[in-house]
Write a protein that binds this ligand. Sequence first.
Ligand SMILES: *Cc1c(COP(=O)(O)O)cnc(C)c1O
Length: 331
Amino acid sequence: MAAFGTVFMPEMALATFENDQWSETEIVKSDRLQFHPGAHVLHYSSTCFEGLKAFRHADGGVYIFRMDANVKRLAQSTHLLSLPAFDADQLSKMIVDIVGRFSTEVPEPPGSMYIRPTHIGTEASIGKAAAPSSSSLLYVLLSPVGDYFAGGAKPLRLLLEENGMRCAPHMGMVKSGGNYASALGPIADARSKADADQVLFCPNGDVQETGAANFILIDGNEVITKGLDSSFLHGITRDSVLTIARDLGMTVSERDLSVTELLERAGKPGTEAALSGTAAVLTPVGTLIHNGKEYPVGSGEAGKTTLKLRQLLNDIQWGKAEDKHGWLTKV
Ligand SMILES: *Cc1c(COP(=O)(O)O)cnc(C)c1O
């Protein structure tokens, strides 16, 4: 199967902001964009994006999961990057329209159509290192994806990094390209030196998240994860999983978690850890690596509560369980 995110639908929805106004949405070919080599995004990283999914249900209908939350987060990223504000209704319609156009291409579960709204600053001005782009492009790309859990259920190995950070602390809640570029070095080091799958960034001992997913710890009936602040990305999967956990009567503790507490709890039998994100849903973490030492989480195998929460979330996405929180938008 092709690697995640490498297959695209041939068309995308696009709108441009120029001369202080947004254009109508156009449907254009998705294999190229035209803008000046001096475009703001290429020099000063005025770029943000979203990742959400559409699912095919047994009745043949196609449903987008938590679109409103993703549109809201892109609006927030846009604001924090000083990009031109867009109309949430226009973007929602762009998403629904382009998914509708390719609805027959939405894979059956466990596959889905991954949706990638993107907003970039296009003003041709290399003099604007310290000023926002006055023009921008907003587009919605589609990429059908398979099941990246099948056979991939092998629990992850995470390197705990207490010295570096994923991105600048005030940028954590912005889903912006520069943050991923800044995490590449530490992740490459962790892979080559510790055979880790991901880095869990824990600046000064504060357990935050990995390069592109949130971290949750499950200890018996309690789910522990860092409370929302500006230092990390406010995942919508995180929010969905916590909501489902509360529905199950679990205790959800959104609070700071130190590396010391994490390693202590990880050593207890029955403790579980997982990464949450749209692409991977909820992926078990089996091993934590800290200062050259390896700490299995619980048994080191995929946790049963992790798999249960994952299944309950999939059931809602796939139309097999009631959508009682109104998370699905029919295309
Ligand atoms: C996208 C992302 C997540 C997960 O967010 P979801 O809304 O659950 O997909 C977590 N951390 C980072 C850094 C991300 O970019």
